[in-house]
Design a protein around this ligand. Structure first.
Ligand SMILES: Cc1cc2nc3c(=O)[nH]c(=O)nc-3n(C[C@H](O)[C@H](O)[C@H](O)COP(=O)(O)O)c2cc1C
Length: 427
């Protein structure tokens, strides 16, 4: 029997992935106060590199220190520290696997702004349960061009420092995802309006990055199969963008879905006015986006990676065989079981543990009068914070804490995040 997960994959640029398992990008929160890479990242990535995946994608690295996804992000923005980026790349490739840098601008979803403002395609405010947000300012054309240059620069640095590829983050409601969505892109110039205009910033960035890194270097993109929001980037629009991407030099398209307002990427479906609930059948199934991904397969021959909810070897093999996917992305299991890919490949296990399905949260710990949106926020963000805390632990050389409660995780994460925010060095 052919072992589908163990098959190598040759990419259009000529590089080869040694197997079909990829560690999905996971924001680490392990940078120093200057947003430079650290020994903690080196420790974490050495473990991941020994963990068997043919591909590791880094957590999102920022192109602009003024706007961070979170305080502990690595940024490459004239902040020095390239020697540590080299050490980080070396650790992440020590097992002979590929290690690609995910590059991002968070736009209106920035968790940290250094000047009290946010920028986005248009001045459309983000709505988050239990959290105050500020209305972003629409980017000028000059600023859009500057962001494109920044992506190309960071990609060049990634290559120079020893990363073996890059990934452009165009999913999950961050800047390029905001450009693609008609809800968040209300521009009337060349960067908004028609889908072709809304996709312009992304396509121009891909071309600039390709020009910067050359034709023999893997470039990936993470894209939403849909935003799952009324009026947002739809699967039909996605198919059109995928057709356009097929005309460019792209090596691997990672498929995901959702935004902060509708966190379908982790199967958490907020039922808000802005986000119709994700179908229970979709959540129950492994591979949240597989049906959408199959439609994408019909319109392109480029390699596809599917991420979101896949846990059993059976479902992974099915996605590769009948789903026409090329790589399986694994996120949350990697935050705890750093060697889970090796175990799946050697058949030591058949299923990666779904820690997120084991969380039990009793809203009573928040007191008798906790507002519904606070309960919702703790449930949703605690479910992510739990994994953040595990990455911090591993980075610090501790064992993951598999028994950590959701509420304790939420509190530790909030406290840790605030501490990192306070420690940030002035720009
Ligand atoms: C702790 C954590 C951090 C994440 N950070 C990123 C990130 O930096 N970039 C990104 O594209 N996706 C990020 N994601 C989403 C994952 O890459 C992935 O799409 C999602 O977890 C679904 O895959 P899974 O079901 O295997 O966990 C993150 C998810 C988690 C849980």
């Amino acid at each position: 029997m052919t072992d589908l997960l163990a098959q190598p994959l040759k990419l259009p640029c000529g590089a080869t992935l040694s197997n079909r398992l990829g560690k999905a990008p996971l924001t680490e929160g392990l940078a120093d106060p200057h947003n430079r890479a650290t020994d903690k990242l080196v420790r974490l990535y050495r473990l991941w590199s020994e963990g068997g995946a043919g591909l590791l994608v880094s957590g999102n690295v920022q192109v602009d220190r003024r706007y961070l996804e979170r305080a502990g992000n690595v940024a490459i923005d004239n902040n020095g520290g390239l020697d540590m980026v080299r050490a980080y790349a070396k650790a992440g490739t020590s097992g002979g696997n590929h290690f690609w840098m995910q590059i991002n601008h968070p736009g209106r979803q920035a968790g940290v702004t250094r000047d009290g403002t946010l920028v986005a395609p248009s001045a459309v405010k983000l709505h988050l349960a239990g959290k105050e947000t500020i209305t972003p300012r629409a980017l000028t054309e000059g600023e859009i061009l500057d962001i494109i240059r920044r992506f190309a620069h960071v990609a060049t640095m990634a290559r120079e420092c020893g990363f073996t590829g890059v990934q452009i983050h165009a999913a999950h409601g961050y800047l390029f995802s905001q450009f693609l969505s008609g809800l968040t892109n209300q521009r009337t110039d060349a960067w908004g309006g028609s889908l072709a205009n809304r996709a312009r910033a992304l396509l121009e960035t891909l071309r600039a990055v390709r020009k910067a890194v050359g034709n023999d270097f893997p470039i990936s993109m993470k894209l939403n199969s849909a935003d799952f929001q009324k009026g947002g980037f739809s699967n039909d629009e996605c198919l059109e963008v995928v057709r356009w991407l097929g005309q460019e030099k792209l090596d691997l398209l990672e498929i995901s879905g959702g935004t902060y307002e509708q966190a379908s990427m982790i199967g958490a479906a907020a039922d808000t006015a802005y986000a119709p609930k994700m179908k229970a059948s979709t959540l129950a199934r492994e591979g949240y986006f597989i049906e959408y991904a199959k439609r994408m397969r019909e319109v392109t021959t480029m390699p596809l990676m599917i991420t979101g909810g896949l846990r059993s070897r059976a479902a992974m093999e099915e996605a590769l065989a009948s789903g026409g996917m090329d790589v399986i992305g694994l996120g949350r299991p990697m935050c705890v079981d750093t060697d889970i890919c090796k175990k799946l490949l050697t058949r030591q296990v058949d299923v990666a543990r779904s820690y997120e399905k084991e969380f039990r949260f009793d809203p009573k710990v928040l007191g008798p009068d906790a507002p519904a949106d606070v309960i919702k926020a703790v449930e949703m963000w605690g479910g992510i914070g739990w994994f953040y805390v595990q990455l911090w632990r591993i980075g610090e050389g501790q064992e993951p804490d598999r028994n950590l409660s959701l509420f304790d995780a939420f509190q530790s994460w909030q406290a840790g995040e605030a501490k990192m925010g306070e420690a940030l060095a002035p720009l």
